[in-house]
Design a binder for this molecule. Structure first.
Ligand code: PLP
Length: 455
């Protein structure tokens, strides 16, 4: 297998039939992946139409497949070390489609408690209306806690390789072992790590999902999502738990497992879940994500290295109460970071100011290089106040459990020059000091000494 940087530009040359991805017929050969911005594809012959509808051969309609999208799917599968991938319209669609391929009404999802807010809402509010309930594991590092929480109805274990926003890393391989001992699939949201820093399939994950809107695209101009499958579905071990993958088709034809072997899970998503629920991506968006992927390793290496420097710098500031970054020795996740993220610990993390929401507001209003917005993984550095935005629908106790306090800010470090980022943070902390002096009643302690925020 070629190296990571080669694969992000060329895919897996031997396997994908050439470095050009989707090559059009005819005389011109565009070097970039062409954008097939078309709803459908003409059938050249009568038999071709039947072949498509019968055996799923070739391309017919963009909701069931598109060459531009397929080229990007192959490239992401190659980066994750998976057998196949399905590109969908957003990360949220990727999580939804992946879960709907594994659970049915009356069954359950077992998830780490530290979750992206959209996924948490899906599990708490949307899937229950379809009869799918969720259980949560508070300490994702403890395999025994996962083991205890598995019920007969459980069909999927779900976690994030780097949880958003607290960076409390799970023990991936240990959770994968628990899942497999029960014949269950482990689904990992790898958005914050990216396959450059961590490939969950190498640690036992069965399915990997991404919000491609974040680091895979990197440019922050489109949304996209992807589901990658390890291709290791075993009908003997797991067929009884996932009967839809091993049963004959509705009309008595061969089962998905008979037709697709270890790739049955992804085939079910491609043939039955995604085209029916319909979160079809625009081929143009798939193309733009593909453009982003070509520089993934360069961006993530730099963003991750800068994030470590920024986290170290923040940890020594008197206005800062704590920094949640697994790259710091002080992090409870540091040992797991050394094992799972040796090449860098990512570039999204939170830190907490002593003086609560007023300090956070002063900080956000003073930045000039950082952008105040709700997004991550962009080439631009971003800042957000989770308490009043992404986590506003949680109770204070739920927020505190998620590490979101009134003074907590989330950073996503971009590719700008590090001294410019530090200067911007210094400017923002100076504004925090000024705000505290202005707000303090006469005779109270100055900022950043003994006043600890009570979470
Ligand atoms: C953003 C995000 C999602 C949702 O992705 P969208 O592309 O915004 O739909 C899911 N998981 C994680 C970890 C995310 O950061």
């Amino acid at each position: 297998m070629t190296g990571f940087a080669t694969r992000q530009v060329h895919g897996d040359p031997g396997r994908d039939g050439g470095p050009h991805g989707a090559a059009p017929s005819g005389r011109v050969i565009p070097r970039a992946t062409p954008v097939y911005l078309t709803a459908g594809f003409e059938f050249e012959e009568w038999e071709q139409a039947g072949g498509h509808f019968g055996a799923g051969e070739g391309f017919a309609y963009t909701r069931t497949g598109n060459p531009t999208t397929a080229a990007v799917e192959q490239r992401i599968a190659a980066l994750e070390g998976g057998a196949d991938a399905l590109f969908v319209a957003s990360g949220q669609a990727a999580v939804t489609v992946a879960l709907l391929g594994l659970v049915a009404a009356g069954q359950r999802v077992l998830a780490a408690a530290s979750l992206y807010e959209g996924t948490r809402g899906l599990l708490l509010e949307n899937l229950p209306r379809l009869g799918i309930e969720a259980d949560f594991v508070d300490d994702a590092t403890d395999p025994a806690a996962w083991e205890r929480a598995i019920r007969p109805e459980t069909r999927v274990l779900f976690l994030e390789s780097i949880p958003n926003a607290r960076n409390d890393l799970p023990d991936l391989a240990a959770v994968a072992d628990v899942a497999h001992a029960h014949g269950l699939a482990l689904v990992v949201d790898n958005t914050l790590a990216t396959p450059y820093l961590l490939r969950p399939i190498e640690h036992g994950a069965d399915v990997v999902v991404h919000s491609a809107s974040k680091f895979l695209a990197g440019h922050g101009s489109v949304l996209g999502g992807v589901v990658v499958d390890s291709g290791t579905f075993d009908p003997q071990a797991a067929g009884a738990l996932y009967p839809h993958l091993v049963a004959p088709s509705r009309t008595g034809g061969p089962s998905l497992a008979e037709r697709h072997g270890g790739r049955a899970r992804l085939a079910y998503l491609r043939e039955t879940v995604a085209p029916r629920f319909g979160p079809t991506p625009s081929p143009l968006n798939a193309f733009l994500v593909g453009q982003g992927i070509e520089t993934l390793s360069l961006r993530v290496a730099r963003q991750s290295a800068s994030a470590l420097e920024v986290a170290r710098w923040l940890a020594f500031r008197q206005e800062v109460a704590s920094v949640d970054y697994s790259g710091l020795d002080s992090s409870p996740s540091h040992a797991l970071a050394k094992r799972y993220l040796p090449d860098g610990q990512g570039s999204v993390f939170t830190f907490t100011l002593h003086d609560g929401a007023p300090a956070a507001r002063a900080f956000v209003e003073a930045v000039q290089v950082f952008t105040h917005m709700t997004h991550i993984g962009d080439v631009r550095s971003l800042v957000l106040h989770p308490e009043s935005t992404s986590h506003v629908l949680r109770t204070p106790a739920e927020r505190a459990a998620a590490g979101v306090h009134p003074g907590t800010l989330r950073l996503s470090i971009g590719v700008e020059d590090l001294p410019d980022l530090i200067a911007d943070l210094e400017r923002a902390l100076a504004a925090v000091r000024r705000a505290a002096v202005g707000a303090a009643p006469v005779g109270t302690t100055p900022v950043g000494t003994a006043r600890k925020e009570t979470p």
